[in-house]
Design a protein around this ligand. Structure first.
Ligand code: MN
Length: 503
């Protein structure tokens, strides 16, 4: 049964109140009434009044504990496109910032999947928007998520297109921004429309695994809590997490469609108060159960490229079953679920104030973190985030593979830097490059939006040490050096001046 508009509005207000009791609820109600009036007479494919959709969009944003301006922009996001009300009216009533967000969403709204060429074009557009104000993209995700979750009301042809562009465009970007929860929800909602048979197959495998493991894992969680308590370690939560379906599907493909070797359909999460306790908890778990060799991953000391931090370990648990544990602080947990959006969230503020920890250091996020540290006062911080234009993508460029994957690099990077980021082998064997379909030298300086294709020579033995003169990334430099060191002849070439060798 469809929810009433009144109920939804109430739910939105309650959700926001839970994390930001001082939000201007009068203004939020005003935005909702304004949007409702503008959309009056319009309805969704499901037959519900149109306003249900903007409210759900705002609710998705409230789930991420985002700021009132973003909530209002969520409520108003379809107004200029679908109604007679103009952006100027929105600006006059709700201010510059909200109007700018709505304008941004309207612009990204025209992104559609129409074949590979358009797709790359669209990705570029998305990234340029993101560089301007990443909040726009976050609101767009919230919008898309609701559209996906109500896709069954749409004509079949539309279902496929919308689901496909979600998988191909939205989810990689969500991943890039570290928004694990949103990425998972987008993919799982799109999955049945794009690959219905594969969806059923994966779903069956998941259900079977869950049925088998659920009681067992409840028992292990109980034992885990007991062990932590006995050791006197305070923790915030121990809970189970089920792997998102599409991500399980991708993992199954990597494992030749077999469940053998996949131990994380369900995993156990331990949330601790601080980083030291993460390691302490790891020690306690390893004291109780033997860890599998080579399966301990310290993403705290070495975060994933998208900023993900946690400790992972897989242990031989009760009755010899294999179980994965993920250990993290509350702050890391929030960052893993909501990624960049966590920087606008209320909990992040609380976590920072309580632990005095800084935000994870991710290259392109470091600027954001700096601003966060500078502004100690919480209220002031909230206000300034809305006002200050944060150029988190400063000093970074975005280039594309011919398949449309986005690679971010430091300014002045070259095709060699790009090649090594794709794969060490591609770097080692690269002999030339095509940039925007034209031949380019390996030392050419790339710029944002370039489509880069690397030409490799399979018989090539290894990299040219001369590349060290122009590569910009530490990654490429270390790979080239590593290779040089591994081979004596290269080592000689590297150390002895060329002039001498030629003689
Ligand atoms: Mn919409």
């Amino acid at each position: 049964m469809a929810e009433s508009v009144e109920q939804l509005a109430k739910q939105l207000e309650e959700t926001v109140r839970q994390y930001d009791p001082e939000a201007d609820f009068g203004k939020i109600r005003e935005a909702l009434a304004f949007a409702e009036k503008a959309h009056s007479g319009q309805s969704r494919a499901s037959g519900e009044p149109y306003i249900v959709h903007p409210i759900h969009t705002a609710l998705n944003l409230a789930d991420m504990k985002l700021t009132p301006n973003m909530i209002m922009a969520g409520l108003l996001h379809d107004v200029p496109e679908d109604t007679k009300v103009t952006l100027d009216e929105i600006r006059a009533k709700f201010g510059d910032d909200v109007a700018k967000l709505v304008e941004g969403i309207t612009k990204v709204g025209t992104i559609k999947y129409r074949g590979v060429e358009r797709y790359i074009e669209n990705l570029r557009k998305m990234f340029l928007t993101m560089a301007e104000d990443v909040r726009v993209v976050i609101i767009k995700f919230a919008d898309r998520l609701h559209n996906l979750e109500t896709l069954s009301a749409k004509p079949v042809k539309k279902q496929y297109r919308i689901a496909l562009e979600s998988l191909e465009i939205y989810s990689p970007i969500a991943n890039r921004l570290g928004m694990g929860e949103i990425k998972g929800r987008l993919e799982d909602a799109a999955f049945p429309y794009v690959l219905p048979k594969e969806f059923e197959w994966t779903k069956n495998i998941q259900q079977t695994a869950l049925l088998k493991q659920k009681d067992y894992l409840d028992k292990v969680m109980k034992l885990t809590r007991q062990s932590l308590d006995q050791a006197g370690l305070k923790y915030l939560d121990v809970h189970g997490r089920v792997k998102h379906l599409y991500s399980l599907y991708r993992k199954l493909l990597k494992h030749d469609r077999s469940m053998a070797g996949i131990h994380d359909v369900m995993a156990i999460r331990v949330i601790t108060e601080n980083i030291a306790d993460c390691y302490a908890a790891l020690g306690i778990i390893h004291g109780k159960w033997t860890p599998l060799k080579g399966r301990i991953k310290d993403y705290i000391a070495q975060p994933k490229p998208n900023g993900y931090r946690s400790l992972h370990t897989t242990v031989f648990c009760e009755d010899g079953e294999v179980v994965e544990f993920q250990i993290r602080t509350e702050e890391m947990h929030l960052a893993a679920e909501f990624g960049i959006a966590a920087h606008w969230s209320y909990d992040e503020q609380k976590a920072e104030n309580r632990n005095g920890q800084t935000t994870p250091k991710i290259d392109w996020m470091s600027q954001l973190a700096e601003i966060q540290r500078e502004i100690a006062d919480k209220q002031q911080y909230f206000k300034s985030l809305e006002e200050v234009k944060i150029d988190i993508f400063k000093d970074r460029i975005f280039v594309f593979t011919p398949q449309g994957d986005v690679i971010d690099l430091p300014e002045d990077s070259t095709p060699v830097d790009f090649a090594y980021l794709i794969h060490t082998d591609i770097g080692n064997k690269c002999m030339g490059a095509r940039v925007n379909d034209e031949h380019a030298s390996l030392d050419r300086t790339l710029k944002s939006g370039d489509v880069v294709e690397i030409i490799i020579d399979k018989s090539r033995k290894g990299p040219n040490p001369d590349w060290l003169k122009f590569v910009k990334t530490r990654h490429a430099r270390s790979k080239i050096r590593q290779y040089a060191r591994s081979s004596i002849s290269n080592w000689i070439r590297d150390v002895i001046p060329k002039k001498l060798l030629k003689k």
